[in-house]
Design a binder for this molecule. Sequence first.
Ligand SMILES: *Cc1c(COP(=O)(O)O)cnc(C)c1O
Length: 365
Amino acid sequence: MIPFNKPYITGKETDYINEAVALGRLSAGGIFTKKCEHFLEERFGFARCFLTTSCTSALEMAAMIYEFKAGDEIIIPSYTFVSTASSFARAGMTVRFADSLPDHPNIDCSRLEEIITPRTKAIIPVHYGGVSCDMPAIKNLAAKYNLHIIEDAAHSINTPLGHTGEMSCFSFHETKNIHCGEGGMLAINDPSLIERAENIWYKGTNRTAFERGEIPRYEWVLKGSAFAPSEISAAFLYAQLEAIDDIQYKRNFLWKKYYEYLLPLARKGLFLLPEEIGNSHIFYLICHSGNERNKLIKHLSLKGILAVFHYQSLHRSLYGSRFHDGRQLPNAGHFSNCLVRLPLFYELTETGIEYITGSITQFYS
Ligand SMILES: *Cc1c(COP(=O)(O)O)cnc(C)c1O
């Protein structure tokens, strides 16, 4: 059986967790949290990084940092994970759904202007598979209408992405390239937001400044929550970050093998392949119809291969549909119906890819 995902373990995670245990401080903000944050700040050039318990909580933090409130609107692609919407909806915001590009799941910027209203506060682009959205176009709209940009960079660790918005949110969920089971990061580009973020991150208190010795005691200073992960998660994550180049190399190798083996079929017009590698987070095919896609998934499953579809368009979801104004979003619908993700994880081998692509070839012959 080839699983869809197998969370990679470098081997050093438990060493670092044991170290954290021996250090005797397992609550948030300890040595491993700082090590991870410094690593991420230095390697990717963010003004400040905060580890969080998930990308969802990083998005929720972003909503709190801007004090978004009931009636404020955000614009997001309909074709995305629930958290892109729910993190802002829970602040009472109204979600406006945009369509995807015809040939890529990223948001179609050519039709965003028509859904901007005087209440629009932010655009939340999602970089699907670590491939950049049209950030110059989004930046222009943000400047013209005075909007914030908060990037859902859940897929996008180890890319140059996440630097256009004032903030960007990353995921370290076990299905992502670098993980700690459940985890995430809020990366801040606008230094004026750092102090607020720090206090919101730590339960609405200025405890982080207190721990740095800047103030004699800490107190409640604003509305916050418990967004910071424990040192156990941070220790695990640090082992993964140290292996980031190796993990990236292996994923790129596997992605390119898929592409190489499937290109002849794509050239025959049997399905579409992705055009850009991004950070090799996702390898997908786009079938001609939902029916064909479902049959392919079934065929692969009979061969012991777990391929999956994802992202039911949010504008048609049970909860999300209440926000929707009835516009047709055909491209989002197309990806929901026709996209299939193939297994992609560190321990997959070229032999595994030969078997998977061979099974796909068999399906189409
Ligand atoms: C995985 C994912 C999230 C949520 O990440 P968590 O860390 O599980 O909260 C949000 N947005 C997108 C696009 C994702 O793929």
